[in-house]
Structures are given as C-alpha cells and as structure tokens.
Design a protein around this ligand. Structure first.
Ligand code: WT7
Length: 636
C-alpha cells in the first residue's frame, strides 16, 4: 500500500520533499507496487517538445497489482459492492477472488475473439460490474480500453470507435436509469453501420428486453463466459505501454482520445486515492460518478482496487426511487467516504429539506468529496451541514481527464478546508499561475491561468493517433508549461480557487463539452447557416448551453418548432447532455475584422451582463444591439 500522510506537518514535509526531489519522491511510492522488472529511469521529460516517460524500462501488469499482490491479504474481502438501480433488486458483493476469476475469464474471452496486446476494445455499458470486469480484462491482456459514456448518441459512439479502430465492443442489451430503460443495443446497432473495425460485440443481458441481433457479430456475455477458462496469464507491459483511451472534448470540433499509460497512472491513482480520501483498510468508499468519465476510471476502478478498497458502484440515479437514494445507500452499505459532483448536490438541494432533515450518516461517514466543476458556497455549506453533520471534511478535488488523478485538493482532515476552494496542491504537483501574456505570477493574492510546470506520473502522454494535437492543446500556449485551460486565483493563504474554463470548453453538470462540437451539430441543420455556442450561469447545472443561431430562412410562426428540431439534432449528433438550453435566432454574429466570432461579448450577453467591453473592433458593431434586445425578449 502507498504511504499515507496523516498530519498537516506531514503534508508540508512531503510536499517539500516532492518538490526538492520529485523523482526520488515518486520512486519511493512506486516501490510499494509489484514490478516484474524495475525501471531503468524514473523520469524522462520535455515540455518544450512534449514527451513524458515515467518508470521507463519498468515492467508490470496493473491487474497483478490489484489481484496477485493483494491476494492473500484481500482474497475474501469485498472489492465491489454493486447497488442496482432499483433498491428492491438485491445488491451484489463481489470479493477480490471472485472479481479476479471473472476478470481472467473475460480476458480469455477477449483473447478468443482475437484481441491482443495493443488492440483497442470499446465499451458502451451501463453501470454494472461487467464494465469493471471488462476494463480489467483488457488490462490483464494488454488491450487498450476505450469506455464511451452510455449517454452518447450512435453518431458519437461510432466516431469514437472509428478513431480508435476498436476491434471488439462490449455492451449490454440496455440499462436501467430511474424509471427508464436505456436501449443501448439499439444505439450500438445504429453505430455499427459505420464501424467496420469491430469484429465482435459482446452483449451483457441486463434488461432482458427484445433487441436486434447480428449472428455474425453479436455474442452473449453469459455464453462466452460459460466456456471460458478461469486462469489467464498477465501480459507483461512496459510502464509506458498504453492502458486506456478516454475521449473528451477540447476547443476544436472533434473529441480527442486522451491516452493514459500503465505505470505512472497506477502509482498516481493509488496514491491520490489513499491520501485525499484518507482511506483505511476496511472502509467502504462510494464514488457516485459514472465509469464513462475519468472520475469513475480513477476512483471507482483503478485507485480503490489498487489499494485493496471496497468500492461501491451504483447503477441508478440520485432521485430514484426518491431524492433520498444516496443517503439510503450510504446507510445501507455503511459508507465511509462519499464522492459526488456539485451538480448532484445542487439538484438534491432543489428537492427540498425533507430528504435530509432527520438523517445522520456520521456513524460511518467520515469524508465528503466533490469533483468536476466549481462548487458554490451555498452547495458546499448544505453538503457540509446536512450530509456531513458538520463533522466531515469536504475535499473539493480539482483535476481533469488529462491529469489522470486529483491534483489540487485538501487531504481529508489533514489540510483545513475553505468553502469553494480546492485548497492546496498534492505532493508532486507544481502549479504555476500565468497572465494571458505568459508572465509568471508568483506569490499570494494572484489570479490568472493555471499551468503545471513539472510532470506528475498520472498525466496523459498523448492523444490517440494525434500527438500534435496533444502538444497543441496543452503545451503551445505557454512555453515549457502544461496549460490546464482553467482560470484560478491563489489567495492570501496560498489556497487555490478554480474559476472555470478559460477556453472554448463548457462544463455542464460536470460534463465537459466543446462549444465547437455543439456548433458543428447545430450547423448540420439545413436551415442554419452559422452558430456560436457559449456557456451561461445555470442554477443547477453550473453552466447551461446558450446558442446564437443564424438561419438562412425561418418559416413564419415556426420559431419554436425550429428550435426543437435543432435541439433534437444536437441530441442525435452528440448526446442529450449537449442539448442547448437557450436558442436565440439572430441575423448575424459579432465578428472581428479577421472574421473571428467575439465570444467574449456573447458570453456577457448570455450571462445577462450589460458591460460587454470594447466593441469598436467589430466589423458589425450594430449586431450587438440587436442581440441584446432579442436576448431580453427571450428571457421575459
Ligand atoms: C475540468 C475537467 C476531474 C474529473 C471530472 C471532470 C473542471 C474539475 C473541479 C473542481 C472546479 C473543476 C475544470 C477542469 N473541474 N474539478 N474541483 N473545481 N472545477 O473532468 O471532464 O476532464 O473536466 O473540470 O474546469 O478543467 P473533465
């Protein structure tokens, strides 16, 4: 197990050590894992010509570090507590031994379908244990998993499968979400029309409803598993061999396949998991994210299982059968650490005090966490007072798909917290704030763009098939620094407060969406000639999606109809999560002389602000007045 910091002075000491000698610091932590062969060098890096290699020459398999390393210690211990969507259905407890057997069986299934080291396996799954099993089975045989969030549309799924050239797809007939059945296999069948790289799709039976079947391609999970051998050797991986791809949105139209590798990611997720949440053996950890996002990869699957934890996996939604569901789960499974998003908290606040009035969860609950977006003070206090009964520290964890794990966060009970502040960098993390011109802002009481100046083991190494875009996305803005895309403030105590994205990425309910991606989807509509999408403050979702749309023609009295068909188009192209909240039809967009859309102004208007700054550099300043007037009408 990785070492655990337990006091503030311990944190300060470890932090200083990690800055003075980063490689020595991380090598010490890496020593606690099982390596088939020790690394030759701890770190080789270059942020000018970006290349990052941790533990180069080291050989390992991450599943050996989950199972074999811990087997005698953990065998019968519960690895996963699976809580179904419907509380009337029985929860499942899967021990480390059982999970190990399932993983090996599915590893053999994948091998029998021709999957070899380096091949990509896509997953489009509900929150069921088979998803974790499939991911770990990939890791067992050195295949690269690419989990696609089950809320994405057929088009978005196909785009990701094509980009990764995935060979096998693991899916399910459907999934349960509240009262709804999500027809995953239908979406898959639609996507498959465009995905010639897929040779087999393996289908878990979850809902049991009728589905289409392609006998040349589709196989039932249970049939395949029934024949599979329960022992599968671990493929020996280099530390820098890919572990997984996870697609996320950037400032250009196409989603990018963020690539994580094996050794560094393992060390980083385990270390941050144990320390931030102060996990002790025997605790029950509940991360309520979906495994389709990085939070689930790092803090439902890899971090907890590497540390021998019991990890709760929840299939359903926080409001089914009622808005007390999370609190029921915490009580039922005696949860010690609970990790969720500010959006989930705000949506539960909106359900009223009744659900939290008489509860006290602190018999077991010790730590609360949030992730994905800035948490407003009101939500922070509600979480702290009502869920933690003023006894549980809140860790507001800032990180990104690209960082692999938590970067800036309190360490529960060790680093004092402040509402709405992510607080301090974890050991090994060296933030650098810069102004827009790249000037380094040092000391306390400064605000600017958040960069990181030294590599950490969990960081993404590339974008799948497009290293140039990786370089362009993070290393081109400020020479020699990794740019996060976020704005930040460091206060008089040296505490960090994340201010949100500075680029063309919006964060809706903690889901990351590129404005360009949404615009592309809107522009597909035959009546649309141009559009500009910005975020605007939204009470529950954090940010909502505001689309300014220029049409070639709006048939009389059909504005509402047209809006709906544009929204539908976006759901179909991307996902219902990308559906605009507001659409405003305008006759033009404010542009600079070089033809660039002035989003700054559009953001201000969408936020209801009346100060849009200098508009004299626009080619069409008159359009601003039109947009402002129309926006006022839209909102009244
Ligand atoms: C973006 C990354 C990290 C896993 C889930 C999201 C925002 C994340 C916080 C936080 C304020 C946060 C940032 C970041 N963000 N955590 N604690 N406080 N903002 O991963 O989809 O890659 O999004 O989420 O803007 O850049 P992601």
């Amino acid at each position: 197990m990785v070492p655990k910091i337990t006091t503030l002075s311990g944190y300060i000491h470890e932090y200083q050590k990690s800055i003075a000698n980063p490689t020595g610091f991380w090598a010490n932590i890496a020593e606690t894992f099982y390596w088939r062969k020790k690394w030759d060098t701890i770190l080789e890096w270059d942020f000018q010509n970006p290349r990052i290699e941790w533990f180069k020459g080291g050989q390992l398999n991450i599943t050996e570090n989950i199972f074999e390393r811990n087997q005698f210690l953990l065998g019968d211990q519960t690895a996963i507590i699976w809580e179904p969507n419907d509380p009337k259905e029985e929860a499942r407890k899967i021990s480390y031994n059982e999970l190990f057997t399932e993983v090996q069986k599915f590893a053999n299934v994948l091998r029998s379908h021709g999957v070899r080291k380096g091949d990509r396996v896509a997953m489009y799954m509900p929150m069921i244990p088979e998803l974790t099993i499939a991911m770990l089975a990939c890791a067992r045989i050195g295949a690269i998993h690419s989990v696609v969030f089950a809320g994405f549309s057929a088009n978005a799924l196909a785009e990701r499968i094509i980009d990764a050239e995935a060979k096998v797809l693991v899916t399910a007939d459907g999934g349960f979400r509240g009262q709804k059945i999500i027809h995953l296999k239908d979406v898959v069948d639609e996507a498959m029309v465009d995905c010639p790289s897929i040779v087999s799709s393996i289908v878990v039976k979850r809902t049991g409803h009728n589905i289409g079947w392609n006998p040349k391609r589709d196989y039932w999970w249970h049939d395949e598993m029934a024949q599979a051998d329960a022992v599968a050797s671990a493929e020996i991986m280099d530390a820098e061999d890919p572990l997984y791809i996870l697609y996320t949105s950037g400032s250009t139209g196409r989603p990018k396949g963020v690539l994580h590798t094996t050794g560094g990611y393992m060390v980083y997720t385990a270390y941050t998991f144990r320390n931030v949440f102060q996990y002790s053996s025997g605790d029950v950890f509940f991360c309520a994210a979906d495994i389709g996002w990085v939070t689930g990869h790092s803090y439902i699957v890899y971090g907890p299982l590497l540390e021998g934890a019991t990890s709760v996996m929840f299939e359903g939604i926080p409001t089914y059968p009622d808005a007390g569901r999370y609190w029921d789960i915490i009580k039922k499974h005696k949860v010690n650490q609970f990790y969720t998003s500010p959006t989930a908290i705000r949506s539960l606040i909106a359900q009223g005090q009744g659900w939290v009035q008489d509860i006290d969860l602190t018999d077991t609950l010790r730590v609360l966490g949030t992730v994905g977006e800035p948490i407003n003070e009101e939500a922070w206090h509600w979480y702290h007072d009502h869920i933690g009964n003023n006894k549980c520290p809140i860790v507001d964890t800032w990180w990104q798909t690209e960082t692999g794990g938590i970067m800036i966060s309190a360490i529960a009970g060790v680093i004092p917290t402040k509402p709405a502040f992510a607080s301090l960098p974890l050991p090994g993390i060296q933030p650098q704030i810069v102004d827009p011109e790249g000037k380094k802002l040092c000391g306390k009481g400064v605000e600017g763009n958040l960069c990181i100046k030294f590599p950490w083991p969990g960081m993404a190494r590339s974008h799948w098939g497009d290293h140039e875009r990786y370089v362009e996305s993070y290393f081109s803005q400020y020479k020699g620094l990794y740019f996060t895309g976020d704005g930040v403030k460091r206060d008089e105590d040296g505490y960090y407060r994340i201010l949100g994205r500075m680029d063309d990425v919006i964060n809706v309910s903690g889901h990351r969406l590129g404005t360009a991606e949404i615009e592309n989807a809107i522009n597909e509509h035959p009546l649309v000639s141009e559009s500009a999408v910005v975020g605007f403050p939204h009470d529950i979702k954090g940010q909502g999606i505001y689309a300014y749309v220029v049409c070639t023609d709006i048939p009389e009295n059909s504005e509402e109809e047209l809006k709906n068909s544009i929204k539908k188009g976006v759901s179909k192209m991307i996902s219902p999560i990308a559906r605009p909240d507001q659409i405003l039809f305008v006759s033009g967009l404010p542009k600079t002389r070089s033809g660039k859309i002035m989003r700054r102004i559009l953001k201000k208007i969408a936020a209801g602000s009346e100060e849009y700054g200098d508009i004299s550099t626009l080619t069409n300043p008159e359009i601003v007045e039109e947009i402002v007037d129309k926006n006022i009408n839209l909102n009244h």
